[in-house]
Design a protein around this ligand. Structure first.
Ligand SMILES: *[C@@H]1O[C@H](CO)[C@@H](O)[C@H](O)[C@H]1NC(C)=O
Ligand SMILES: *[C@@H]1O[C@H](CO)[C@@H](O)[C@H](O)[C@H]1NC(C)=O
Length: 247
């Protein structure tokens, strides 16, 4: 190779290397849907009217230890705008946070309530929001935290729903449970464990199978990487397409 072409090649390499280094990484900005989701996620209160209730809930559903019959007050919200007696009851099985937040961010239940004339119920998970079995000391020790688990939470939902149906004289109302994320896991588990209380569950974004020995721990990151790979390929295709159009 002649020295001049070598120089040209080197120059080309340098230019392309500089171009690669200086061109900013491609990160697509959020689209309109993602922006609306982000706005929604900031909601801390439902934008529909609701009533707040506190249900005297039993601390321990499974043992006869001295503390097991202790009562704490479990918060739940209701909206009966579309409801009439014996029409369906839609229950959100609350997950890790204030129940108002989940009520404010589960518009789907509200969207379909008129069609089903459903009663909307949002139950707070024990140890979250205002449903603290030991008040401000709830998180202080292993002894109190031992009562924070999904089995107890599911039993809370079962007891509360039965009591509510009795109080409303609406035992024949079909109950459907809803949840997202851990709340979705709770909804699905609730349907499995208490099939006599609910006729169905809608589990949204619920990592029910995301446990050791069922799903490899890396599967989430594999899915994300795969998404990026597809995005990158799409971008490449788009780029060559626009280049060939220009030519
Ligand atoms: C619990 O803590 C909150 C916030 O720090 C406080 O306002 C409230 O009075 C406390 N409750 C009790 C029962 O000590
Ligand atoms: C049903 O009524 C009883 C008696 O008034 C009350 O203690 C209980 O909290 C009510 N149940 C629910 C789910 O609100």
């Amino acid at each position: 190779m002649a020295p001049s072409s070598c120089f040209l090649l080197l120059l080309l390499f340098t230019i392309s290397a500089t171009l690669v280094e200086s061109s900013p990484a491609y990160f697509p900005g959020p689209n309109a849907y993602q922006i609306s989701l982000a706005k929604q996620a900031k909601k801390t209160e439902p934008d529909f009217p609701y009533k707040t209730h506190f249900f005297p809930q039993v601390l321990d559903h499974f043992t006869f230890q001295p503390k097991s019959s202790k009562i704490f007050y479990q918060k739940y919200l209701t909206n009966d705008h579309y409801w009439h007696r014996e029409a369906p009851i839609f229950v959100y099985t609350g997950n890790e946070g204030n129940i108002e937040w989940f009520a404010g961010n589960t518009g789907f239940m509200l969207d379909i309530a008129p069609k089903f004339q459903a009663l909307l119920v949002f139950i707070e998970h024990r140890f979250y929001g205002e449903s603290m079995p030991f008040g401000n000391d709830s998180y202080k020790s292993a002894e109190t935290l031992g009562y924070l688990n999904s089995q107890q939470a599911l039993a809370d939902f079962a007891v509360l729903i039965r009591s509510l149906k009795q109080n409303l004289s609406s035992e024949a109302s079909p109950v459907v449970v809803f949840g997202g994320s851990y709340g979705g896991m709770l909804a699905a588990w609730f349907r499995l464990k208490y099939p006599h209380i609910t006729i169905g569950a809608l589990a949204s974004s619920a990592p029910i199978l995301q446990f050791d020995d069922i799903t490899p721990w890396s599967s989430f990151y594999d899915a994300v990487s795969q998404d990026y790979k597809v995005c990158f390929k799409l971008k490449e295709t788009g780029l060559s397409l626009s280049l060939s159009l220009r030519i």
